[in-house]
Structure formats: C-alpha cells, structure tokens
Design a protein around this ligand. Structure first.
Ligand code: UT7
Length: 324
C-alpha cells in the first residue's frame, strides 16, 4: 500500500471584465487576425482596479471547497503558484488562508512562472505522500495584466488574469498504474535561458515590480520539444504509454504550441482541453482553470488518465500525470 494524492475538488474564478482582441486594435499596431492566427487567443479577462491576485485565488479556493463538499477547516495547507503576488511578502497563500477563515495549517507560495501550477502540484503530492498532510489546496492565481508593457504589441495581447484551484486528498492505494491520483511528475529548469522570458524589475534590482519581456519566437522553439519530452518522461515514470492518455490538459499559452505538442505525442485534438481562446495566457492559473472548466462540464470520467504540462520563464518546465 502507498499513499496517492487524489483530486477531490476543482474551482476557478475569472474577473468580470472581458477584453476582446479588437480592444487592442484601437491602441496598438495589431489586429484580431494576427492575434488569433499566431496564438489562438480571442479574448481574455482583466482584473478590475484594486482587484488582487489573492482576491481571485480566494474565489477559486471557495469554489473548489464547495465542489469537494469540504470546509476550510478540513484543509491542512495551501500551496499557491503565482508570479504576480499582491505584495513582496507575505505569501499570497497566507492571504487566501485568512480569506477562507482558516486558522490552522500552513500556507506558502511557489514561483515557477507559467510552470508554477505543475511545480505546486508535484510539491503538494510529495508532501501528501510523505504524510506531512492529508488534504491540500493547490492554487494557481495571476494578475499578469499588472506587469504588461502596454506599448509592446508582442506581449501585451497574449496574457490574461484568473485563478484556478484543486483539492488533493491522500488515500491509501495499491501502488500500481491503475491507482487513482497523481502517478508521476517530471520537473526541469535551465537558468541559462533566463533572458528569453523575464520581468525587468524586482525587489533587489530596481525596487519596482517591472514589466514582462519575452522573446516569444525563441520560447516557442523550446516549448514543443521540451513539453513533449517531459510528458513522455512523466508517462514512463507512471508506467503508462501515450495510448493510455485520455486527456492532455496543457498550459494555455499558444494554440500552436498546444497542437504541436499534441501532434508530436500522437494525441488527437479531441483529447486536448483548450481554453486559450477565452482566457489568453494566465500563467500559473491556466492549468487549474482548464481542469476546473473541463471538470465542470463532466468531461473527465473516473479512471481517465490526464497529462498536464507547462513551460515558462526560467526556463522552467514539467509535467504531472494523474488518474482522475
Ligand atoms: O507561457 C509562457 C511561455 N510563453 C510562450 O509559450 C509564448 C511562446 N511564443 C509564442 O506564443 C509566439 O512566439 C508569439 C505568439 C509570441 C509570436 O508568434 P510568432 O509566430 O513567433 O511571431 P514572431 O514573434 O516571430 O513575430 C512575427 C511578426 C514580427 O514582424 P516581422 O519582424 O516578421 O516583420 C512581429 O513584429 O509579427 C510581428 N508582431 C505582431 N504583429 C501584429 C508581433 N506581435 C504582433 C502583434 N500584432 N501583436
């Protein structure tokens, strides 16, 4: 018998304000056709003035608790992935904790940019399997609209705000690839690629929050190859093949990266959860948003094999395989 981390609830929140591609046409030398054809993005949500990452995360967490039929005092800890925290410290996770009225357990943030949720999920799974907790809230929440350079057409049209959450619960399992729950994870970083995607400010450099800078076409070149490789590595570790996969739930940065990865893995697009058209790139929030939306539509059946994968600033990338 071993412990496995089972998903027992999902939830998400998207800010009310929806911004269509046409909004950018009035402000920049860009157009709906370029944004749609190069990225697959049609619209995105932007947080209202004063609405913070923790505000979005609290709403997603409440939705996940409701979906699981649990109360906050039944959660042992919160692991939250974000690169756009409300403040330099404390951790956004602690603000979620207090927002949920939770006075027990631990709460901390994980920062691996767009791969943040995959890293947080792997981290929470390791803690659950080690017996350090029995139930964890794992959240991805971002307000990337706050770090956009609105004069840079090559980045500001791509990102959006949102939050998604899952609740993981440890259960005794047989220890085979037929078990429900997280079966494997595969994480990587290579800091030599730092200049491809970064924010040009920070506490110990400029003393400002800074703005996002990206050499998109270079990131693109790494993405399909590294995502396919990490997904295969995680499947290998789980003792599964691509033919066992029911759903690919990828980071939603670019439809061409997603379809390129699916194609390289030999997965038809019917097996891919796609939300990029409506959300844009919400960084660490994109996978839990996609999980929550697809779960809300009852697309996952018990026993289905899901592969999540993501790549982002660092570069950092990775994959988690789980059985629903
Ligand atoms: O989530 C974190 C990881 N990030 C990613 O995965 C993003 C990866 N990269 C991408 O998604 C794509 O590279 C982009 C969508 C960012 C760009 O697509 P691309 O096909 O790689 O285009 P490009 O950067 O090579 O630019 C092609 C052209 C350029 O013009 P020239 O030099 O060919 O004349 C750009 O100046 O498109 C131009 N361009 C635009 N044109 C209209 C760049 N942004 C825009 C724009 N509207 N918004």
């Amino acid at each position: 018998m071993i412990r496995r981390s089972i998903v027992v609830g999902t939830g998400h929140y998207l800010p009310e304000r929806v911004v269509e591609n046409s909004w950018f046409e009035e402000r920049l030398d860009t157009n709906d056709e370029w944004i749609r054809s190069r990225s697959g993005i049609e619209r995105r949500h932007f947080a209202a003035d004063g609405q913070t990452t923790s505000d979005l995360a609290i709403r997603a967490a409440k939705a996940a608790l409701e979906n699981a039929g649990l109360t906050a005092d039944e959660i042992d800890g919160i692991v939250l992935a974000t690169s756009t925290p409300d403040f330099t410290f404390p951790a956004v996770a602690t603000m979620v904790q207090s927002g949920l009225g939770m006075t027990r357990g631990f709460a901390y943030d994980v920062q691996a940019v767009c791969a943040g949720f995959v890293f947080a999920l792997a981290n929470a799974d390791a803690m659950l399997r080690a017996g350090m907790a029995n139930r964890l809230l794992v959240i991805g929440a971002e307000t990337f609209s706050r770090i956009m350079d609105w004069t840079d057409r090559s980045t500001c049209v791509l990102f959006g705000d949102g939050a998604g959450a899952v609740i993981l619960e440890a259960r005794d399992s047989a220890g085979t690839s037929d078990d429900r729950g997280i079966l494997s994870s595969d994480l990587h970083s290579d800091g030599t690629y730092r200049d491809l995607l970064y924010v040009d400010g920070g506490v110990s450099t400029t003393g400002t929050a800074g703005q996002l800078r990206m050499q998109g076409n270079l990131v693109f070149r790494h993405a399909v190859e590294k995502l396919t490789k990490t997904a295969h590595a995680a499947l290998d570790k789980a003792g599964l093949e691509t033919s066992d996969v029911n759903w690919l739930v990828p980071h939603q940065a670019n439809k061409r990266i997603i379809s390129g990865t699916a194609q390289k893995m030999g997965l038809p697009m019917e097996k891919v959860v796609l939300t990029v058209a409506d959300h844009g790139n919400t960084s660490a929030a994109s996978i839990p948003l996609a999980l929550s939306i697809a779960n809300g539509e009852n697309r996952f059946k018990p026993g289905d094999v899901l592969v999540t994968e993501a790549i982002g600033g660092g570069l950092s990338w990775g994959s988690v395989v789980l059985r629903w």
